[in-house]
Design a protein around this ligand. Structure first.
Ligand SMILES: Cc1cc2nc3c(=O)[nH]c(=O)nc-3n(C[C@H](O)[C@H](O)[C@H](O)COP(=O)(O)O)c2cc1C
Length: 172
């Protein structure tokens, strides 16, 4: 798919059908995430991959009222790993770059999923501690974005956006 078609057609999809996510597509999504830029190329994040039913069920159990969660065939959990950035960038690495690294990788994964005919929704509303426990994360690893992925089980109209006139501030 053309890049701008990917941007134009991506939607947050919260219903998934029964089709599994093919191995090649999952591999391509993970490669796309890994290709994302990061501060100093330090990649101060980790990706936790959930595709086995016990792990998916465990995570869905701590996510709360998002009933689409159990329908996802794959969930990628993007987590910051600030220790990878802090040595070079101190506080800015710990508090900002690690978060930016993790979330741009998630964006790459989300767009790659769309390009492959899959759907996803970025999930940020969760109890970090509960998710960390469900994923058995080490203490320094912080979950910041979950990306359930599957084939779409719904069609969704595009959501409106702010106008560019309002959003973009021209600096002279
Ligand atoms: C940082 C972030 C957090 C989000 N958290 C959630 C969430 O917890 N649950 C959810 O259903 N959607 C979540 N979304 C999806 C947004 O609701 C969605 O992107 C927005 O409404 C625009 O719709 P669109 O993605 O279809 O263009 C999140 C998106 C982002 C970028």
């Amino acid at each position: 798919m053309d890049f701008f078609d990917v941007i134009r057609t991506r939607r947050s999809i919260r219903r998934f059908d029964e089709r599994p996510v093919e191995e090649e597509k999952l591999a391509a999504i993970l490669e796309a995430a890994n290709a994302a830029p990061s501060a100093g190329n330090l990649q101060a994040y980790e990706i936790y991959l959930l595709r086995d039913q016990p792990a998916l069920t465990r995570l869905a159990g701590v996510i709360g009222n998002m009933d689409f969660f159990p329908e996802a065939k794959v969930v990628l959990a993007f987590c910051t790993n600030p220790e990878r950035s802090v040595l070079r960038y101190s506080d800015r690495g710990r508090t900002l770059y690690a978060l930016q690294d993790a979330t741009i990788a998630c964006t790459h994964a989300m767009l790659a999923a769309t390009a492959l005919g899959l759907s996803s929704v970025w999930v940020g509303a969760f109890q970090e501690q509960a998710v960390a426990e469900a994923l058995s994360l080490p203490a320094s690893i912080r979950p910041v974005a979950l990306l359930p992925i599957g084939y779409p089980g719904e069609t969704v109209e595009p959501r409106s956006r702010r106008s560019l006139k309002e959003l973009v501030h021209s600096v002279k």
